[in-house]
Ligand binder design. Structure first.
Ligand SMILES: Nc1ncnc2c1ncn2[C@@H]1O[C@H](COP(=O)(O)OP(=O)(O)OP(=O)(O)O)[C@@H](O)[C@H]1O
Ligand SMILES: [Mg+2]
Length: 625
């Protein structure tokens, strides 16, 4: 980081607007009376701008109030500090203000382009600034500033020392990494338990499905056995039934043929047989013929009787016999005449008889014809009935066979339905098995995935375990501390040599309790920091402070300025001389080394002198004297 320039107004004793260049000052001496504003200008203003805190506040946090940095004689105007600086060659400006009439209260961070890159809140902007410069208040004060009254590294607790080193080493990365590893570990553990639960559930489901499968398989075997057994029996029955049907069929065909034949004959007989009317007429004719025969027979008989009576009269009538009408005795002539008449009557009667006989003969012939016809009709009727009976018999037999076949076919149907049912029962179980297998395969798939994920989760747990340990107290951080201490100790040897000419040896070590401890040996003197004199302490602190600065610089957070605020108080002449010689080299390397002291004898050693005036409670910067 390169600090370029600081300006401000209303800050502590600097009531009016002020400006101070910070870059490339060389080795500069800042002088001024007590309370002139030296520390305020070169330390407090910068700290407040970057971090919103001052050494004053840090030393007396309980009594500190935010408004205390506002100049008391310009309270209404408020205060602000703006610092121009660059990180990795890129320029920025921070402007922090409190109740300032122009800038209000708050902090802004801008790029050189004017682009405001502040956060949403002061806290967020503060965090952004710390991230940008890679240092917090502690790191900054322990690296770039050797401040008055401020707790030195030697006076810090182990935790504070570690925090400072961590900050210098960007150790918060490891703290963050550990936090992330902890989070990751937690998440991985949660995932692990979730997956273990899933594996458990699916294993349970699979074993349940296996149990179901075992049951279904034995059911299937059972049903298949019955299916095969019953199918065999059924096939037998079906075969027999089909055979029966097959055998019955020719019989039916024959019966149908017979029926056709009988039907033909019936139809034929029906055409020959008289109709009931015809037959009734014939029977009537017969009765008539018989009645006529009887009538004619009687008439013939009567005629014969008449002929016989007439013949007798004819033969036996003699003259004198009484006339049949007048009962007087008749003469011979009358008798002859009478006999003639009788003869005519006889002939007439005989003719009548003859004619009746002939007619009788005709009627008898007719009757015989009728009788014959009726006889034939009877015969035809008989054969018609016989044919009909035969047809009916054939039909009955055929119907019987057909209904038998129907029964057989019904049986066949029911057998095939039963067969289907048996097949269905087997299919049903097979379907159930298929569905259970499908479900099992699905579960196996999920289980496989869950196991795979579990393996990955376990690996993640292990990995986070590893990183947890790695980023834990005794992991990378410890390694980092050791590395840092190694580096610091090397630098301490160098600085102790520069500043104390080897009189004092300072090393930072991790003691048996794991605490960072300064090990100080003063040749010909105390063997610890506690036993050292004030000046020796001061030199130890300077060495450590310089070593810490080196550590910061080694971490590419080089600062172009170092401020030493009244470091010289406890140093003897020789020590002071050595230290200023060292500072000259530092100023060449860094660009700016600011030294505040009341020892004006030192002026000659410096590139420039700045005097801070404090008059009527107001500080002003006066250039070189
Ligand atoms: N709110 C304030 N308003 C006005 N002046 C203030 C305010 N707060 C502190 N001061 C004064 O500002 C000055 C700050 O002095 P500073 O600490 O910078 O002195 P210094 O030059 O470093 O002195 P020393 O040599 O004693 O360290 C002091 O005089 C102090 O009394
Ligand atoms: Mg001071």
């Amino acid at each position: 980081m390169r600090l370029d320039h600081v300006r401000g107004e209303g800050f502590l004793s600097f009531r009016d607007k002020f400006e101070q260049k910070l870059a490339d000052l060389g080795l500069v001496l800042v002088i001024g009376d007590n309370g002139a504003g030296k520390s305020a200008l070169f330390i407090e203003s910068i700290l407040w701008a970057f971090f919103g805190e001052t050494i004053r506040e840090k030393v007396n946090p309980a009594e500190w109030k935010a408004d205390k940095i506002i100049n008391l004689s310009a309270l209404k105007k408020g205060c602000y500090i703006a610092v121009k600086f660059a990180v990795s060659g890129k320029g920025y400006e921070i402007l922090r203000a409190r109740k300032h009439h122009e800038h209000g209260s708050g902090v802004s961070l801008r790029e050189d382009s004017g682009q405001d890159i502040s956060g949403e809140s002061i806290r967020e902007t503060n965090a952004k600034i710390e991230t940008l410069i890679g240092m917090n208040f502690e790191a900054f004060t322990h690296s770039a500033i050797f401040a008055q009254n401020f707790k030195r590294f030697t006076q810090c607790t182990d935790a504070e020392r570690r925090a400072i080193l961590e900050e210098f080493q960007q150790g918060q990365v490891f703290t963050e990494a550990r936090k992330r590893a902890t989070d990751g570990h937690l998440k991985a553990q949660e995932k692990k338990y979730e997956l273990l639960g899933q594996v458990d559930v699916h294993e349970g489901v699979i074993s349940e499905l296996d149990r179901q499968l075992a049951g279904l398989n034995s059911k299937l075997t059972d049903r298949q056995y019955h299916f095969e057994k019953e199918t065999e029996e059924h096939e037998d029955k079906v075969k027999r039934t089909r055979q029966n049907i097959k055998e019955a069929m020719p019989e039916i065909i024959a019966l149908n043929a017979k029926m056709t034949d009988a039907e033909r004959r019936v139809i034929h007989a029906k055409t020959i047989v008289m109709s009931p009317d015809q037959r009734a007429a014939k029977v009537d004719d017969r009765a008539n013929a018989k009645a006529q025969i009887q009538q004619y027979t009687l008439a013939i008989n009567d005629a014969d009787v008449a002929v016989r009576g007439l013949k007798k009269r004819h033969d036996h009538f003699t003259p004198g016999d009484a006339c049949v009408e007048c009962l007087r005795g008749m003469t011979g002539g009358e008798v002859t005449a009478y006999k003639k008449l009788i003869k005519i009557q006889i002939v007439s009667q005989q003719d009548f008889g003859k004619e009746r006989r002939e007619r009788l003969k005709e009627i008898r012939t007719l009757l015989s014809g009728i009788e014959n016809t009726l006889k034939h009709d009877d015969a035809h009727r008989e054969s018609y009935l016989t044919f009909q009976r035969e047809w009916a018999e054939f039909e009955r037999k055929r119907d019987k066979l057909e209904s038998e076949i129907e029964i057989l076919q019904e049986r066949l149907k029911s057998l095939s339905a039963h067969g289907k049912q048996l097949r269905q029962r087997v299919d049903e179980v097979e379907e159930q098995i298929a569905s259970v297998i499908l479900s099992k395969n699905g579960n196996i798939g999920i289980l496989k995935r869950a196991r795979k994920n579990l393996t990955a989760a376990l690996r993640r747990v292990d990995m986070h375990d590893f990183w947890l340990k790695g980023f834990g107290t005794y992991g990378v951080k410890e390694f980092m501390f050791k590395q840092a201490l190694g580096f610091i100790n090397e630098r301490l040897i160098y600085f102790a040599d520069c500043i104390t000419a080897g009189e004092i040896s300072v090393q930072l070590e991790i003691n048996a309790k794991g605490k960072i401890e300064p090990v100080v040996v003063i040749y010909g003197g105390a063997d610890s920091y506690i036993g050292a004199s004030g000046g020796q302490e001061k030199r130890v602190d300077l060495c450590i402070s310089l070593a810490l600065q080196s550590l910061v610089e080694a971490g590419s957070q080089k600062c172009n300025i170092a401020v030493f605020d009244e470091f010289d108080g406890a140093l003897d002449q020789a020590g002071l001389y050595m230290f200023i010689e060292f500072l000259k080299k530092e100023a060449e390397k860094k660009g700016s080394v600011v030294v505040m002291t009341h020892n004006t004898d030192l002026k000659i050693q410096f590139d420039a002198v700045k005097k801070i005036q404090h008059q009527d409670g107001v500080s002003k910067i006066e250039s070189g004297i």
